[in-house]
Design a protein around this ligand. Structure first.
Ligand code: FE2
Ligand code: FE2
Length: 113
């Protein structure tokens, strides 16, 4: 599978996860994360489209809601895991410049302390 396809589905999933968490916890940081992830998803749509985008998105909305109700400790653990995997993926597969550098910078701000 090519990197643009994986990034497309990864960002569709990240958008869903952020949306699900934001549905439960109406905090500014989760709204911003959702908007960032949506812009990342839209960026990768320029290279490739997939019928799996919407199913992945909606599945992760449900997962985000479930994680959201489990409380901040669980949200933190899941989000930090997902974001560190996203960063690893970008560093491994892409040159970090231009739009990808902006995406990587956004992801760094999604970590929860
Ligand atoms: Fe992202
Ligand atoms: Fe992120």
């Amino acid at each position: 599978m090519d990197k643009h396809f994986l990034a497309l589905l990864g960002e569709a999933g990240a958008t869903g996860l952020a949306k699900g968490i934001y549905i439960i916890r109406k905090e500014e940081r989760f709204r911003i994360a959702y908007e960032n992830e949506l812009s990342h998803w839209e960026y990768f749509r320029k290279f490739k489209r997939s019928l799996l985008e919407k199913p992945v998105y909606y599945t992760l909305v449900v997962v985000g809601i479930l994680i959201g109700v489990m409380g901040m400790a669980v949200i933190r653990r899941v989000v930090n895991k997902v974001e560190s995997q996203a960063l690893d993926f970008y560093y491994k597969n892409f040159e970090i410049n231009g739009e990808i550098a902006k995406i990587v910078e956004d992801e760094k701000h999604h970590f929860i302390k």
